[in-house]
Design a protein around this ligand. Structure first.
Ligand SMILES: Cc1ncc(COP(=O)(O)O)c(C=O)c1O
Length: 397
């Protein structure tokens, strides 16, 4: 089938929840993708910050094959060896103590919200159940995660929303201090806001949140669904800031393209859950956790993470060198890069796609670059050259 045939059939049978390009990819290798018409693309979307080792990484393919021939699913009625091994790696890499596996970022955040509430319930403080989150944040599409998300456009039409969520301003500690009270159970924040426009938190802000939480005896939750798993040049983004959360959520890159999410927590916070309090049929299944363990064995390596940092600096340096008055700011950390423009970016992204470079926006005015963490220097050069050309053409169009 051609791109257009697949798109037409998709429109007939698939529910209309996504604005999609009339493209269908049939094969991938490293940072490259091929569409159904045989055209090649450089992939700086990576399945939206998911395919951190590129497409069809040989070690991940091998692990998935081996696990598929051994055991697919058994449920959490039993201990699952790949799950235990993946959890051990996450504990070692995070400095936290316990892991709960699920299947997506939204589910990981649901788990974190439930854990925070249950923790205080078990402490005899059932009214301490409010969660502070931030404007321009994004935490997922389930009812609680979309309520945690500080953007009205995602909540419209879904009332009644769960109660107990309050929104502060990102990078504004004072705005948190004015909301925090004796009903606050937790603060939930992305160390680098992703969908909200690739905005890294100021170090003083995150450190200030940690202090506030310690003083108030409440839990600090980091949503690292997008910025975790090596994306910023450290295994977890919070490791740049010299602080540790009580709970952290991850998904996207954890399976390198295989669907899996996780919530990690300190022993103290984890004491909020007892058997029966939370569960997921598929969470931590052998296939996902075998792949996740392999992903972690590759990325939790100082040389790998250092290379992400230098590749990110090179990408941002080249973008900052572009001379175009419409570029408001180039920002990010590691290979999580945003280019804010004074114009809406949808047409510019379309033009790049036409030239064989896949990009995605983060809000209406920010172009996002989240390539595989294995992207080469040449691929970075090519991507910036295509982006620069599209930008130049859009100025004269
Ligand atoms: C920071 C953050 N949290 C949560 C989510 C939701 O993840 P999922 O789509 O896997 O539910 C996303 C997705 O973009 C995200 O960027």
């Amino acid at each position: 089938m051609s791109n257009l045939d697949i798109a037409a059939a998709g429109q007939q049978y698939i529910m209309n929840t996504y604005g999609r390009y009339p493209l269908s990819f049939v094969r991938g290798q490293g940072s490259l993708l091929w569409d159904a018409d045989g055209k090649a693309y450089l992939d700086f979307v990576g399945g939206i910050a998911v395919c951190i080792l590129g497409h069809c990484h040989p070690q991940l393919v091998k692990t998935l094959h081996q696990q598929a021939e051994t055991l697919w699913h058994i449920s959490n009625l039993y201990w699952i060896e790949p799950q235990v091994k993946a959890a051990a790696r996450l504990v070692q890499g995070s400095g936290l103590d316990k892991v709960f596996f699920c299947n997506s970022g939204a589910e990981a955040n649901e788990a974190a919200i439930k854990l925070a509430r249950k923790y205080f319930y078990r402490q005899g403080q059932p009214d301490r159940n409010h969660i502070i989150t931030f404007l321009q944040s994004f935490h997922g599409r389930t009812l609680a995660a979309v309520t945690a998300t500080g953007q009205l456009k995602y909540q419209e039409g879904f009332k009644p929303l769960p109660a107990g969520f309050h929104y502060a301003e990102f990078n504004n500690l004072m705005s948190v201090k004015t909301i925090i009270d004796d009903q606050t159970a937790a603060i939930l924040v992305e160390p680098v806001q992703g969908e909200g426009g690739i905005r890294p938190a100021d170090p003083q802000f995150l450190q200030g949140l940690r202090e506030l939480c310690d003083q108030a005896g409440i839990l600090l939750i980091f949503d690292e669904v997008q910025c975790g798993m090596g994306r910023t040049g450290s295994l977890f983004a919070y490791q740049h800031y010299g602080i540790k959360p009580d709970i952290v959520t991850i998904a996207k890159g954890l399976g390198g393209g295989f669907p899996i999410g996780a919530m990690l927590s300190s022993d103290k916070a984890a004491s909020g859950f007892a058997p029966g309090d939370h569960a997921s049929t598929f969470g931590g299944n052998p296939l996902g956790t075998a792949v996740a363990e392999q992903v972690l064995s590759i990325i939790d390596d100082p040389a790998f993470l250092q290379r992400v940092e230098t590749a990110g600096q090179s990408l941002m340096g080249k973008l900052k060198a572009l001379k175009d008055g419409r570029i408001v700011e180039v920002r990010g950390q590691g290979l999580m890069v945003g280019i804010e423009l004074s114009i809406e970016v949808a047409d510019l992204i379309k033009s790049c796609i036409g030239k064989g470079l896949l990009l995605v926006g983060a809000g209406s005015h920010v172009v996002r670059m989240v390539p595989p963490l294995t992207v080469s220097d040449e691929e970075i050069e090519q991507a910036v050259a295509i982006f620069a050309q599209a930008l130049q053409e859009s100025a004269t169009a």
